[in-house]
Design a protein around this ligand. Structure first.
Ligand code: GTP
Ligand code: MG
Length: 298
């Protein structure tokens, strides 16, 4: 009897909005969990480190620089076969451009110094690793195209570098014309091995690359036209304009033309491995300009 009394009292207390009460309980329990996971994911995305992508012909010094950025020392390197990401810290006195007004010792400043370096193999047959990263640049803050400044004096070295750089710049241009809104990705042409006396100065590297890219562009367009003629009438004709790097017309290609698609191109010199005695392990060279460029875009 008493049992039955209690039961009916409970039913009376809850019956008007049993569904509402249950719903409230569920929401009260679930909301903090949902909110937490949502906020946590946002925070995780915000703290993802900016990545600088290293590309360029084989033997240019990409892995040497990666090792330097990772350990502050260089070691003997071998030609790379797989891409590798390392985490690095911008050395002082360089300051990330985003933190110029922070004071020393501010933990936020230390965090702002952190970035990732993505090293890719430069060998022609392994370039698909770099190409696949170039196809999705969402995590890339800047692209560093490393060249061996001593290799550009010869036609083969110059052609290889110019063709590779042409393709990198073209993929940036396509990304810009295809996307509705995307952040600009700056490019640095890092002329490495300036410690060697056969190294060409950066201003000359710039001129030679611009001139050779002009030729590469013309060659590619001709190949496309020939292929188009062979395929004429078929469905898969290529849009030639989209494959043309920089400004239209017959004028020479210049890096300034890349500003049309939001990409600034700088050409700076340095040497990852030390001067003087040459290739001693751990001998740190002069990459101050490289750090300064990274700082500017960090
Ligand atoms: P891949 O992995 O094949 O794409 O080449 P990479 O660009 O990673 O070249 P890597 O860093 O392996 O360097 C090639 C060679 O150049 C190594 O023997 C380095 O020690 C040497 N090297 C790199 N930077 C410099 C430099 O500034 N000066 C001199 N003299 N040698 C350098
Ligand atoms: Mg390498």
């Amino acid at each position: 009897m008493a049992w039955h009394d209690q039961d009916s009292w409970l039913t009376a207390a809850f019956s008007p909005n049993l569904a509402t009460i249950l719903l409230t309980v569920v929401v009260a329990l679930a909301l903090p969990i949902i909110l937490h996971s949502f906020l946590y994911r946002k925070a995780a995305a915000a703290t993802a480190l900016p990545t600088f992508l290293l590309v360029g012909p084989s033997g240019a010094g990409k892995t040497a620089f990666t090792t330097l950025a990772e350990r502050n020392a260089t070691t003997q390197t071998h030609t790379s076969t797989t891409p590798r990401t390392v985490s690095a810290l911008l050395p002082s006195p360089h300051l990330p451009a985003s933190s110029h007004y922070r004071s020393a010792g501010d933990p936020a400043l230390e965090r702002a110094r952190r970035f990732l370096v993505l090293d890719t193999p430069g060998h022609g047959k392994l370039r698909h690793h770099a190409t696949s990263t170039l196809a999705d640049l969402s995590k890339i803050r800047g692209i560093i195209f490393v060249v061996d400044a001593t290799a550009l004096g010869e036609e083969a070295g110059l052609n290889e570098a110019a063709e590779y750089l042409h393709d990198v710049l073209l993929s940036l241009q396509k990304r810009y014309t295809n996307a509705t809104s995307s952040k600009a990705i700056p490019v640095l042409v890092a002329c490495n091995k300036m410690d060697l006396f056969t190294a060409l100065p950066p201003s000359l590297v710039r001129n030679l690359l611009e001139k050779t890219i002009t030729e590469v562009r013309r060659r590619r367009a001709k190949a496309l036209r020939d292929a188009g003629a062979a395929l004429s009438g078929s469905e898969d004709e290529v849009d030639e304009e989209k494959e043309w790097l920089g400004q239209g017309g017959d004028g020479p290609f210049t890096f300034e033309q890349m500003s049309e698609c939001g990409t600034g191109v700088d050409v700076l010199g340095g040497n990852v491995v030390g001067g003087g005695s040459g290739k001693e392990v751990g001998d740190v060279g002069d990459v101050g300009k490289l750090w300064a460029w990274i700082a500017e875009h960090l």
